[in-house]
Design a protein around this ligand. Structure first.
Ligand code: BG6
Length: 444
């Protein structure tokens, strides 16, 4: 579908997110001459020309080489650091809309530190920036609140400025190609869906392992910790896509209705273990006595007919031996063991969806080794993206294209955020200091 004429406003246009993700993704999404101008808003001293040069450097650093005259569509509006008043932005928007005949369609992307979400939203409301004849959309980055109460408060502020149908809460995991493919895999392949339940599945394990540490985000991370940073959003979103019932149709609210039912059926977290990598407290900006967890393993149950009794294990952390995100559906063993594998326990089949890197779907199973003896060997059937498809775009490209076409499917609805905070809030911070683990090892 062609992208309609619009103005794309980035609040936080000189920040890290704009530089690393938004500008590169926009330069792809808006590369085909879609009638769009971009207004970057920031506190730094740029004018249009110097912003364009800065943006060109960021695009090059991100590996985007063929931009033609795309940077010519970028405009810059400086605002004062104090007070977050968008008055100057309001008149600039009107000028640009008249000059480029943009029909009043506006998208605001809040690429800001979370403490600026509220002042930004209030100023958007005050200057009626979302009250035009065209469409208007509001894109908000995570973290959406720091607990249930702050998220509920932020929702009030959001809804004072915009209708929920215009709000796009980003969870970039939902834009990942393999995460989206979970829906296609489940609902286009009845053979798997038939076994996707408590009768056949013993447990589901969702792992997001990172090799990096906190890097330059010490201040944010030490206050957030791994549950707020990764579990409450990314892992919970993946869980809800794995566990949800088929929607009545493949449209945003039907899908989100099913996802939120999964979250409502998680009554509590049954088990949780926290870890902190050795050396975390020596990182710049981290207090010597920090008890912020950098690793977590949690077990939850989805109390519904399909999943009754099946543990869902969520594991994620920093400074682990490998960078790998995957979902494992671990099937039950045969009910009677007629064939004992030599030197190991009998195992059920495992379906592994590798979300990143080396995106793939694999099903492990047992075969008989050639020869007289009935000897079992574990092997797998698989599908690798790299063998079948050319490289595909970044999650932000998918998500921005969806924002511009008005499709909310891959964005988190207010009730999903609220349910997720309800589940995780009692466990955001450990009561005892987390167990230490060596960087480059799995916490045991
Ligand atoms: C972010 C977290 O949301 O996701 C980071 O704040 C984390 O701490 C990142 O590193 C992981 O994303 P990805 O796409 O690299 O798996």
């Amino acid at each position: 579908m062609p992208i309609p004429a619009h103005l794309f406003v980035i609040l936080g246009g000189t920040g890290d997110l704009a530089a690393r993700k938004l500008l590169p993704a926009l330069s792809h999404v808006l590369s085909d001459g879609a009638p769009c101008e971009v207004l970057a808003v920031g506190t730094k001293q740029f004018d249009d020309d110097s912003y364009r040069s800065w943006a060109a450097e960021q695009l090059e650093a991100a590996g985007v080489t063929e931009t033609g005259d795309w940077c010519g569509r970028l405009h810059y509006q400086r605002i004062e650091r104090n007070g977050f008043d968008l008055g100057a932005v309001a008149s600039r928007i009107e000028d640009l809309e008249t000059e480029f005949d943009l029909a009043g369609n506006r998208c605001f992307y809040l690429a800001l530190p979370p403490q600026l979400f509220e002042p930004a939203l209030r100023s958007i409301g005050e200057h009626r920036l979302l009250e035009t004849d065209g469409w208007h959309r509001l894109v908000i980055e995570k973290p959406f609140g720091t607990d249930a109460a702050t998220a509920a408060h932020l929702d009030e502020v959001v809804h004072a400025a915009a209708d929920e149908s215009d709000v796009f809460r980003i969870d970039h995991y939902l834009g990942k190609e393999t995460v989206r493919n979970l829906l296609a895999f489940r609902f286009a392949n009845p053979i798997f869906e038939a076994s996707w339940n408590r009768d056949r599945v013993e447990e589901v394990v969702i792992t997001v392992a990172e090799t990096v540490g906190v890097g330059s985000r010490a201040r944010y991370y030490d206050r957030a910790g791994v549950v707020r940073d990764m579990v409450q959003n990314h892992l919970t979103q993946v869980l809800s896509l794995v566990a949800m019932e088929p929607p009545v149709e493949l449209v945003a609210d039907a899908i989100r209705d099913e996802k939120v039912k999964v979250l409502r059926a998680i009554r509590r977290v049954d088990r949780i273990e926290y870890g902190q990598y050795d050396g975390y407290r020596d990182e710049e900006g981290i207090p010597d006595d920090s008890t912020t967890p950098t690793w977590v393993e949690a077990e939850v149950h989805v109390d519904c007919w399909r999943w009754q009794g099946v543990p869902f294990i969520l594991r994620t952390g920093k400074m682990l031996p490998e960078r790998k995100s995957k979902v494992e559906i671990r099937y039950r063993k045969p009910p009677v063991t007629l064939l004992e594998p030599e030197g190991r326990e009998p195992r059920g089949n495992v379906l592994t969806v590798t979300l990143q890197p080396d995106e793939a779907f694999d099903l492990s199973f047992e075969v008989k080794e050639p020869g007289e003896a009935m000897r079992l060997r574990r092997t797998k059937m698989g599908f690798d993206y790299a063998d079948e498809f050319p490289p595909f775009g970044d999650a932000y490209e998918t998500l921005l294209a969806d924002v511009l076409s008005g499709d909310q499917t891959l964005f988190v609805r207010a009730d999903e955020v609220a349910e997720s905070w309800r589940i995780w809030e009692p466990l955001l911070d450990p009561t005892d200091p987390p167990t230490e683990y060596e960087p480059g090892t799995w916490p045991s």
